[in-house]
Design a protein around this ligand. Sequence first.
Ligand SMILES: Cc1ncc(COP(=O)(O)O)c(C=O)c1O
Length: 387
Amino acid sequence: MTYDFNKVIDRRGRNSAKWDRRFIGEGEKALLPFWVADTDFETLPEVKQALAACVEHGIFGYTLPPEGCAAAAARWQQVRHGFHVEEEWVSFLAGIDCAIATTVQAFTQPGDTVLINTPIYDPFFKMVEGCGRKTVASPMKLVNGRYEFDFDDFAQKAKGARLFLLCNPQNPTARCLTREELEKIGAICAENDLLILCDEIHADMVFDGRKHIPLASLSPELARRTITCTSPSKTFSVAGLVASVIIIPDPAVREKFIEVRERNSINTGILGLVAMEAAYLHGDAYADQVRSYLQANRDYAVDYIRKNAPAITPIVPEATFLLWLDCSGLGLSKEALEAFFPAAGLRLSMGSAYREPTGQFVRFNLGCTRATLTAGLERLSAAVKAL
Ligand SMILES: Cc1ncc(COP(=O)(O)O)c(C=O)c1O
C-alpha cells in the first residue's frame, strides 16, 4: 500500500498541542507550528481499525496489555533493528518521560549524579532534577557541521555518575551514533559500572541508508546494564495515545523498575497499547515510506535554507524529523532571535530549552506535509531577507 503523506488534515480545533496552544494570545494563533515533535500525518488504517474496534466495544474498565503487544514490540525490534528481544523483557509505560523518572527513582538516591549529553531533549534534565538528583553534562562538540561525543570529557564525567541517559538517534542534534561510538560509550559505562537508559524513540527514522543500532544489541554485558526505551509515537503519529515500550533484559533491573512503576501507578491506557500492537504488526511499509518522505523533506529544507537563507546553517539530520539550525550568522542577540521567529510567523523550539549554551540555535520540526514545510520555509526566507 502507498500512503499519502501530502494529504493535508486540519489539526486545529482537535486538541493538538502543536496547532492548538490554547494558552497563547490571539496574535500567535497565526504562527505556523514547527515546534513540538509530532507529525501531521494520518496513521495507518490498521491502527485506526484496531482503535475503532476497541471503541465500538464500549466498556473501558481496567485493562491488561493486549496479549500480543509484547510480541509485536519484540518483532519490531528484531525485524527493523536486528535486536533480539524476549517478550518477558518488555513492559509498557505512559511515555518515555515517565521511564526516565522511574529509572531515576529506582536506581539513584537524592543527591546522586546522572550523566547526560547536551544539547538534549529537555526531560533528560527536568525529570532528573525534578526528582532531586543532579545532572552532569558532557556537551557534544560541533565538528565540521556534525555533533560528536567528547570522549575524554565523557570518560571524566562518567567517574562520578550512577546513571547515564543516552538519546540515540539524538534529539535535537539528529545524530545517529555509529557502532564505533556506541562501543566506546558502552566501554566507558562498563568501566564505571553505570546503568544506561537509552532512548531510541527516533530509531525508525534514520536516513541515507544508515542503520540504527540498539545499544543493548551490542553485547549481553551491555544489554544487562541498559534500559531501552522506544515508542510508536513518532513513527506512526500516535504520540497522543501515550504508550511507550521499555525493554529490560536483566531480571533484577526489570523487577526494580516495575516495582517503582507500580508504586507510581503510571501504566498506559488500553487505546495506546491497541494502537501500538497494530502499528508494530502492520506498520513496516508505512515506516519505510514515512522515512523516505521525511528524508525528502530534510533534503528540501536544507537545500532551500542554503539557497534562500544562507545566514542560517542547517546541521544536516542523519535521523529524526528535527532540523537543528545554527542562527549565529544572523547576528542577533539571544533575545532578538527569540523574537525573530514569531515575528516571521513561525513557532519553533528555541535551542536554549535543550541546554544549548550560546542561545543561537533553534529546532525546526520537519514532520509535516511538503505544503506546510514550503509555507514555513518561505516565511523564514522572507524574514531573513528583510533583516
Ligand atoms: C527523544 C525523545 N524521547 C521521548 C519523547 C517523548 O516520548 P513519549 O511520546 O513516549 O512520551 C520525545 C518526544 O519529543 C523525544 O524526542
